[in-house]
Write a protein that binds this ligand. Structure first.
Ligand code: ADP
Length: 254
């Protein structure tokens, strides 16, 4: 479970990214965070794995206040919390399987990493992760030969290879065309349901949030203004979250 207790984030320049956020996210939930650009979506996600530290209140994951974690404990915790970015963050000149295997590096002696000496079991595990996202046939292809959707699936497989209990995804489909974005959102949903991994995902396009997530959190100027089941998101809720401004959907891009 992820708990935000009165969590706030004020950046060193005085900008308030989050203001007194209190939320509970149960294991296995699929939550989409929506809001205008600059609303605080990314800040919220990044306080879970300590890419940003809260400056007030607490973020508690499975009973542990994440801000108390240091060194080895913090590294171990971060393996439990996978992170996916808009820009995929792959080593594009390397093969798909090597990118997936790279997620095992913290557990390996340095000389094995240096020489790329992965065990048979590690390679099988990496291939299984690729199979889960439907790109097993691309295992020995260089990442720069893949489409954006395939690259995001490699990033997802790399994260799955860490056996996470939570996946944080910061605008994971923003760089993809609408059809590919839907396919990648279905992958997230399938993984969420099949593996009971909690997914906390920022998303620009509201239609994708409404089609795939179970729960929606609407943020406006650092504050949670809606938190509830996707089916209860009405036009009124969207007007509140988007402050009466145009509501972004994938239809805008067709
Ligand atoms: P979103 O993800 O909804 O677009 P962010 O969480 O990125 O919003 O940003 C929330 C607010 O915090 C914005 O006003 C943004 O400019 C500010 N902000 C984000 N990161 C930083 C930073 N590293 N330093 C200063 N201000 C930041």
């Amino acid at each position: 479970m992820i708990e935000f207790i009165n969590a706030s984030k004020t950046y060193p320049n005085g900008v308030k990214g989050l203001k007194n956020v209190t939320l509970n996210i149960e294991q296995g939930e699929f939550v989409a965070i929506i809001g205008l650009s600059g609303a605080g979506k990314s800040t919220l996600i990044r306080t879970v794995n300590r890419m940003h530290d809260v400056t007030g209140g607490q973020v508690i994951v499975d009973g542990i206040d994440v801000n108390t974690l240091k060194g080895k404990e913090l590294r171990r915790f971060r393996r439990k919390v996978g992170m996916i970015f808009q820009s995929f963050n792959l080593v594009t000149r390397s093969t798909v399987i090597n990118n997936v295997l790279a997620s095992m590096v913290p557990d390996m002696p340095w000389y094995r990493t240096l020489l790329g000496l992965y065990t048979k079991e590690q390679k099988i595990q990496a291939l299984e992760a690729l199979d889960k996202v439907g790109i097993l046939d691309k295992a020995y292809t260089r990442c720069d030969q893949l489409s954006g959707g395939q690259q995001q699936r490699v990033a997802l497989a790399r994260t799955l290879n860490q056996n996470p209990s939570i996946i944080l995804a910061d605008e994971p489909v923003a760089a993809l065309d609408p059809i590919t974005a839907k396919a990648v959102m279905s992958d997230f949903r399938r993984i969420n349901k099949e593996m009971n991994i909690s997914i906390l995902l920022n998303i620009h396009h509201v239609d994708l949030a409404l089609d795939y997530a179970d729960r929606v959190i609407g943020i406006r100027a650092g504050e949670v203004v809606y938190d509830g089941p996707t089916k209860d998101v009405t036009q009124e809720v969207l007007d509140l979250v988007y402050n009466g401004k145009p509501i972004p959907t994938t239809a805008d891009e067709k």
